[in-house]
Design a protein around this ligand. Structure first.
Ligand code: ADP
Ligand code: ZN
Length: 670
């Protein structure tokens, strides 16, 4: 979740670019080796023949010869000979008159070294030369041979070096294979400061309040320590993705003006044993150098899962080691060292209890999805850079985006601007925002998805079934919008509802919800006498709901007030905590609930068949109906229920702005 605009605009401390000169050094070395091998013979060596050599020998000009590899004879002349004019002009360096080439001076090919030796002997006796010729046997590796034995090895080593560098995530030679135990934290410090302040974080007032203390401490630690207070070492930010946990942590760093290390829990995880623990140690070492500072670990559940829980034996040793070293490091630094650890997770339930012990993450700050007021504030923040038309009102946008997290709101604002740009507008208007919201909820409109008229009719009846059932069920969430425009991956159409702002549900509310969800299939059943596959996700939902009513919420008389929900349950539990006969009873009761609900829905829709027909015809014609359209078509909903949201929208209507058309919660219905 930390991939966001803020991050991009800040561009954290990049790891130093892998030194490109390393590559040059390697290339240079190879070139040098090749060069030496090829050119190590004296450059001034001259070709000659065996005949001419014999003449030189007879003239006693030869100092010695070397037989190289049994093939080539190299001749080195005596200093006296070199003074003779015939040689001196060949082998004297013209720049410095004294220095003569040390030799060898000539070379020629022979068939074999031993033959050559014999021939020289013969020549010596023939010409009565007393001195023996100094014949040295010199095995010398040629480049080809050298390459055959050593060169391949060298090339392979060089290749490995490059490849491993790549593998370890580094670009270029060297890479990071040697830095694998280094922490991967991005550092924001004096040079690239965190510029985010609490003003950039909209809403989240309670969370901000709790976390401000940390800022105070980082700014004036003595204020606390002189009273003997121990400062918390860390705080755990708990909340669903995209709700601004990273943003808040950054704001703390920005407000306190201290360096900020940011990394994700998964950065510790590597396939090599011991790497995670090494990275933890390295991270804390770096942090101590920069103290006072903040370490932010996103998705800490990647390392912080309960130890020894579930999982196959041995499989998570590495993670346990990492977690252990994290715990050790957190214990290891003193409270006044000025390091504060913030961590974020959306699964506090799986975290190891040891992490939550006092002295570690002893403070938990919960961050929820924003309510309507929070959403308005977030919209205001993200509308700032957007050029908006006069008809765009953050209040209204907030009202139309229930269930959206901050990240989605940021996304809507950006999408709207993109859509407006595509439409060549001067400023972004409400229509663009509406389309952006549809897109964020349901995915792209599938303009060219071909649906046959028959299919379209089925979809229309299905969606109308949801809409009409919900309209006449007291506890069903009021519908706001129903459409048969295909969007996104699977949905052929969907209906949006305005969910209650409530946290406790009574059984009859759940039953009504179930009936509304079954409305689609029931409508198909009534109209066509057959059903289609279009109700898959509806059925999945009601099955889950029915099972939870029976086994989790204790809402069934026969099963009684028991709950088989285990909040401490391990991920891999194989045994059910109830007997076979209870299992059977559960299945029967679930079936009963669903059958009842289906019968009830069918009865309701049979009674309201005229309304069903009206809505589906209208849907086929217009493809999209709002709550207000339904009111004109089939009359007001018979149940009066006002939410804070409706009151807010009514107030707007009185003021004479847009009517309350689009509303709540994306419940994609197939
Ligand atoms: P997470 O909780 O997953 O760490 P982030 O902090 O990364 O979420 O939030 C993602 C983006 O959503 C932020 O960069 C910001 O643009 C936007 N956002 C989320 N919450 C808020 C908020 N309360 N105020 C302003 N922007 C927010
Ligand atoms: Zn459906």
């Amino acid at each position: 979740m930390s991939d966001n605009n803020e991050n991009n605009s800040l561009s954290p401390n990049k790891k130093p670019k892998p030194n490109s000169y390393q590559g040059w050094i390697i290339a240079g070395l190879i070139a040098a080796i090749l060069g030496i091998t090829i050119f190590n013979r004296s450059a001034s060596i001259r070709e000659t023949t065996q005949k001419r050599f014999e003449t030189m020998f007879k003239d006693r000009d030869v100092s010695f010869v070397s037989v190289v590899n049994d093939k080539v004879v190299e001749v080195t002349l005596t200093p006296d000979a070199l003074r003779k004019s015939e040689y001196s002009k060949l082998f004297t360096d013209p720049n410095s008159a004294q220095s003569q080439s040390p030799g060898p001076h000539y070379q020629f090919k022979v068939n074999s070294g031993s033959d050559f030796k014999k021939e020289v002997e013969q020549l010596r006796t023939e010409n009565k030369i007393e001195e023996k010729l100094d014949i040295r046997i010199e095995p010398r590796a040629s480049f080809v041979e050298w390459f055959g034995s050593w060169g391949i090895l060298v090339v392979m080593v060089v290749l490995m070096y490059f490849l491993l560098g790549r593998m370890a995530g580094g670009a270029g030679p060297g890479g990071q294979i040697f830095n694998i135990g280094k922490s991967r934290a991005a550092l924001f410090d004096a040079e690239n400061k965190v510029k985010i302040t609490f003003n950039d974080v909209a809403g989240l007032d309670e969370a901000k309040e709790e976390i401000k203390e940390i800022v105070d401490y980082l700014k004036t630690p003595t204020k606390f320590t002189k009273l003997g207070a121990k400062i918390p070492k860390g705080a755990l930010l708990v909340g669903p993705p995209g709700t601004g946990k990273t943003l808040l942590a950054k704001a703390v760093a920005g407000e306190a003006g201290v360096p900020f290390f940011s990394l994700s829990g998964s950065d510790f995880v590597e396939m090599f044993v011991g790497v995670g623990a090494a990275r933890v140690r390295d991270l804390f070492k770096q942090a101590k150098e920069k103290a006072p500072c903040i370490i932010f670990i996103d998705e800490i559940d990647a390392v912080g899962r309960s130890r020894g829980r579930g999982a196959m034996p041995g499989s998570n040793d590495e993670r346990e080691n990492t977690l252990n070293s994290l715990l050790v490091e957190m214990d290891g630094f003193a409270t006044d060292s000025g390091i504060i650890i913030l961590a974020a997770t959306n699964r506090p339930d799986v975290l190891d209890p040891a992490l939550m012990r006092p002295g570690r993450f002893d403070r938990q700050v919960s961050i929820d999805k924003p309510d309507i007021i929070g959403r308005e504030a977030i919209f205001k923040v993200h509308l700032k850079p957007v050029k908006i038309a006069l008809d765009v009102d953050p209040k209204e946008l907030a009202a139309q985006t229930p269930g959206f997290a901050g990240a989605e709101i940021a996304n809507v604002c950006n999408e709207a601007a993109l859509i407006a740009a595509r439409r060549d507008r001067e400023e972004v208007c409400m229509k663009d925002f509406q389309d952006a919201m549809d897109r964020v909820i349901g995915g792209m409109e599938k303009k060219n998805k071909i649906i046959s008229p028959d299919e379209k009719e089925i979809v229309a009846y299905h969606e109308a079934g949801h809409a009409v059932a919900g309209w006449f069920l007291e506890f069903a969430d009021p519908l706001v919008k129903v459409t048969i425009v295909p969007r996104g991956v699977a949905a052929l159409g969907y209906a949006q509802y305005l969910p209650r702002e409530q946290y406790l549900y009574r059984a009859e509310q759940l039953i009504d919800e179930m009936c509304m969800t079954l409305g689609g299939r029931a409508a198909e059943d009534i109209i066509y006498g057959k059903v289609s596959t279009g109700a898959l996700s509806d059925l999945e939902r009601i099955t889950k709901l029915a099972y939870s009513m029976v086994t989790v919420y204790g809402m069934n008389d026969r099963i009684g007030n028991v709950s088989f929900y285990d909040s401490k349950q391990s991920e891999y539990s194989f045994n059910k905590p109830y007997s076979e006969s209870t299992a059977q009873a559960i299945d029967e009761e679930v079936r009963k609930i669903i059958d009842h609900a289906y019968e009830r829905t069918k009865a309701l829709l049979t009674e309201k068949r005229p309304e069903l027909e009206i809505i589906s015809k209208e849907l086929l014609k217009r493809e999209l109906l709002y709550q207000s359209d339904l009111e004109t078509l089939i009359g007001k909903r018979p149940f009066e229920r006002r939410t804070a949201y409706q009151e807010f929208m009514d107030a707007k209507v009185e003021k004479g702005t847009t009517p309350p058309e689009v509303v709540e919660e994306a419940t994609a219905q197939s």
